[in-house]
Each structure stands twice: as C-alpha cells, then as structure tokens.
Write a protein that binds this ligand. Structure first.
Ligand code: NAD
Length: 496
C-alpha cells in the first residue's frame, strides 16, 4: 500500500505503475498511485488534524518530534536499505549521510519548535501596544524529488509540523518508499492521524491537484526549475504562498594559491556525490591557469580510481543513477560535448558487461567545452565535471556567476582577501571556502536566481511555515480617538 492518509496505509485509486530497481533494471514492486479523490481525502484529514495540532503547546509538539527522531533512528538499517534500493545510491551514502542527516534534522526541529517567537511588545504608536504573533499557516502541500527522498521528506515535513501546520506530501513517483516509512515512524511516535499524509503518483495528476487545491494554504516544492515555474503559475490561481528549492549548477573556483591536492579530492567528492544527482554538486570547475594541467590530471586520476558498482556493497563508491532514461540523458550531454570539440579526461561512458543492465555511468571529467556550451550551462544531474582555465580573479568570479542558477558554490584559496571577496561576490545561497557539500541542520539551504527562493533547514525554514500577525492593544479609552479627526471630525476645530 502506497498512500498514508489519516494515520494509516491505504491503496491508491489511481493508475498502477511498476517501480524499477535502477541498479538491476528489474521490476522491484507494483504501485497503485493516488487519484484526485485520494488527494482530497488526504487534504481533508490534514484540515481536521490542524485544529488540535496547531493548538498544542510548542513543548508538546517538541516532545512528539523528539520521539519521531527516536523512531527514525530505530529504523536506520531499514531506511538505508530502502533508500539504496529505490535510488541506486551507494549504501555508504544512505547509511552515512541520508539517515543520520534526517535523524539529526528531526532532533533539531524538536528543539526549534520551542524557539518560535514573535518580537517583544512595544508602544510604536501613541497609546497602542503592539505584539507580533507567529502562527501556523494551515495545510501545507509539499512536493519532493527523487534524489534524496528521505532527507527531502524531513526538510519539508519537520519545519512545517514543528510550527503547528499539518501536511500532505507527494514524493517523486520513482521513490515513495522511505517517505512512507517516515510517516509510519511519525505515527509510531504518537503524532496524531492527519498531521502527516503522503500521497504518491505522477506530477501532472496528483501533484498539480495538490498545488491547485483551495484547501491547501502553501506549496513547498523541491525539484527542477522548469517544474518550479509551473508550480508558481498554478499556485497563483489561489494566491498561495510558494517556497521553491530548484536546480543548481554549482561552480568550483580554484585560485592559484590553493592546496592542489585538497582541491582535487574536493572536486571528485563534490562532483560525484549521490552520482552527481545533488542540486549543490560541483559541476563547473574553474582553475587559475598555472594550476590547470596539474589539477585536471589529478582529478582524472582520482576519478578513475572510483569503484562503480552494486550500490548494496560497502566497497562501492558510486552506485547507479536513478533511471536508465536519466543515464542516457547524462550520456547525451557528454556525447554532444565531444561533438563540439570537448575532450574527455576521465569516464565518459557507461560500464559494459554485467553492469550494462543497471543505470550506471562512470565519473567523468570534461575539458575544452566553451563557457556558453550546454554542458557548462545546463543542469546535467550526473557525475560529470567540466573544467575551464581562467586568468584574473575578476574573470574567475565572473565565470562562476555566469549561469542562470545560484544555489551553491565553492572557492579554494589560502588568501584571506580572495576568500572574503569570493564569499561576497558569488551569487549563491551557500558559498564554501576550501570545501564543498557539507550541510548542517542549524544552517539554511536555498537558492538565488533561477535556483528558487525560500530556505530549507534551520530556524529560517521554521519561519517560512508561519504567518506573522500584528496585534494592537489600544490604551486610549476615549469614544473618539485623536487620529480619527483626519477622517471625520465630531468636535469643532480649536480656534487657535
Ligand atoms: P522534477 O522537477 O522533475 O520533479 C520533482 C517533483 O515534482 C516530483 O515529485 C514530480 O512528480 C513533481 N512534478 C513534476 N511535474 C509536476 C507538475 N506539473 N506539477 C506538480 N508536481 C510535479 O525534479 P526531479 O527530476 O524529481 O529532481 C531533480 C531536480 O530537483 C533537479 O533539478 C535538482 O536540482 C532539484 N533539486 C533541488 C534541490 C534544492 O534544494 N534546491 C534539492 C534536490 C533536488
């Protein structure tokens, strides 16, 4: 059963679809998707649950989310195995990053739930005391992608419910498993039926219905920029608040004073993490000219050492990509780059033999592709890094900013002035200096430019899921208050 509505698993009433294990190409399970009636039922359940959940004290919500963190931790082995089998990512990634990251996120929001507060009261107008309240918005409709299904469930659900909202989440149709387990863990933690509902199915039918529904107060979306634009358009029909975490094309800027070995290791790890299917992955390396040859040679050497294979094995560095169609799209970018004169220094192919059945692709380094070519400008979402040289610092920073995206970036240098300049002038929601990828629950994640707006994680995200209300207590007991004279006068003007 692949719907979780009103605290229980249900069969969907929509179409049947087969989920394929991307590492083997075999059918893993058959899923009955939701139809629009199922989405309506999930929203109705979330609306019913809102009254009680939103009235709970922050401490009561915090206790429940603490118990959820414990339930997720108890299921760590199962969550990691399901995450790996549905996405093809390595088990080291699922068990070392996805699961502990989600447990930590739950612990963080259990604490943050008790920290949500408005500003202190004050007299900002004569005779009136103002107070700011932060209140939950209502039912949140969320839509998440396939690359980090469990972490995305956490990033969407936890701040929303910590702030007193209830939620209906639609995970990617390719990867519903760990999102459903998340909801089950919440039920076992004592979070009431209806606070968290999961509906599964395709974007067009199920997702669009959720976005357009008048019973949903806000849409929180993570996915591609193209779909994000469509979500914004649909949400405008009911003037909903939208929160959009979209695509990325992160630059990786290496100045000529950088530690070459550290930068090369950083580039390999940050460009191949999760098979490169990470919105913050390093995708465009710009290397100051004196270091270019040595850097690209070392990155190619390290990429060639990576073990691509069965994602369930602990020795595997890189599992499969999400689908065969996506692998072909990644390969297509590389093939067309060869066509316009790029050279491939590592990878550039899908492994053959027994591995041909899975959606595998080797870590790939591409040089000599022009800055305005598709492989440098567009989101590939695979283990592919391009590298280009630059001369002056000005040129490096200009190239780093030269795509429509602005989610994440890194600069590698031991020079204080260069690091301060890069952190200020690169237009991205996160800039790492001498590292690329690490995130923490306390710090915000979100984009500039076409990478969207709004923040996930951190106290900023909690605030996104609240309305700000201004309350004024008048201390003026007179029947006709002074300011009303500007509208209508009931006392004669003074003769003075
Ligand atoms: P996608 O945009 O194709 O799909 C994302 C979700 O939207 C899925 O659940 C899908 O079913 C749904 N969807 C698709 N069309 C829809 C429609 N018309 N109406 C409503 N819902 C619809 O993205 P994807 O391929 O699943 O994920 C990869 C993308 O996600 C990449 O672009 C990546 O950069 C982005 N991403 C961004 C972040 C971030 O934090 N900024 C994090 C992870 C992934």
């Amino acid at each position: 059963m692949h719907q979780f509505i009103d605290g229980e698993y249900r069969d969907g009433n929509g179409e049947e679809a087969q989920r394929i294990n991307p590492a083997t190409g075999e059918v893993a399970e058959t899923i009955r998707h939701a139809n629009t009636d199922d989405v309506d039922a999930a929203i109705a359940s979330a609306r019913r649950a809102f009254t009680e959940w939103s009235r709970r004290t922050p401490g009561e919500r915090s206790d429940a989310i603490h118990r959820l963190a414990g339930e997720l931790d108890k299921r760590a082995i199962e969550l990691a195995a399901v995450e790996t089998s549905q996405t093809g990512k390595s088990i080291r990634m699922s068990s070392g990053f996805d699961v502990p990251g989600t447990v930590d996120n739950a612990s963080f929001y259990a604490g943050a739930a008790r920290q949500l507060r408005g500003l202190a009261a004050g007299e900002y107008g004569a005779g009136g005391t103002s107070m700011i309240r932060r209140e939950p918005i209502g039912v949140i409709g969320s839509i998440s992608p396939w690359n980090y299904p469990l972490q995305m469930a956490g990033w969407k659900i936890l701040p929303a419910i910590a702030a007193g909202n209830t939620i209906v989440l639609k995970p990617s149709e390719l990867t519903p498993g760990t999102t459903l387990l998340f909801a089950e863990a919440a039920r076992d933690a004592g979070i009431p039926p209806g606070v968290i509902n999961i509906v599964t199915g395709p974007g067009k039918g199920v997702g669009e219905h959720l976005v357009k529904h008048p019973g949903v107060a806000m849409t929180s979306f993570t996915g591609s920029t193209a779909v994000g634009r469509r979500i914004m358009e649909l949400a405008s029909q009911t003037a909903k608040r939208v929160h959009l975490e979209l695509g990325g094309k992160a630059p990786f800027l290496v100045f000529d004073d950088a530690d070459l070995e550290a930068a090369a290791h950083g580039a390999v790890a940050a460009s191949t993490i999760n098979g490169g299917q990470d919105c913050t992955a390093a995708t465009r390396a710009y290397i100051q000219r004196p270091m270019f040859e040595a850097f690209t040679a070392r990155v190619a050497e390290l990429m060639d050492q990576m073990i691509v294979g069965d994602p369930a094995k602990d020795c595997t560095d890189l599992g499969s990509l999400i689908t065969h169609a996506h692998r072909d799209k990644v390969a297509g970018f590389v093939e067309s780059a060869r066509g316009y004169g790029a050279r491939i220094l590592a990878g550039g192919e899908a492994p053959g033999g027994k591995m041909a059945a899975g959606a595998f692709y080797r870590p790939t380094l591409v040089v000599d592709a022009a800055q305005d070519s598709p492989i440098v400008q567009e989101e590939i979402f695979g283990p592919v890094l391009t590298a280009l040289p630059f001369d002056s610092d000005d040129e490096g920073i200009r190239l780093a900013n030269d795509t429509p995206y602005g989610l994440a970036a890194s600069a590698w240098t031991n020079d204080l002035g260069r690091s301060l300049r890069a952190s200020k002038e690169i237009q991205a929601g996160c800039v790492w200096i001498n590292d690329h990828i690490p995130i923490v629950s306390e710090m915000p994640h979100g984009g500039y430019k076409d990478s969207g707006f709004g923040k996930d994680m951190s106290a900023y995200s909690l605030e996104e899921y609240t309305n700000i209300k201004h309350v004024v207590f008048s201390q003026d007991r007179s029947s006709h208050k002074g300011w009303q004279n500007t509208v209508f006068r009931t006392t004669p003007p003074s003769s003075a």
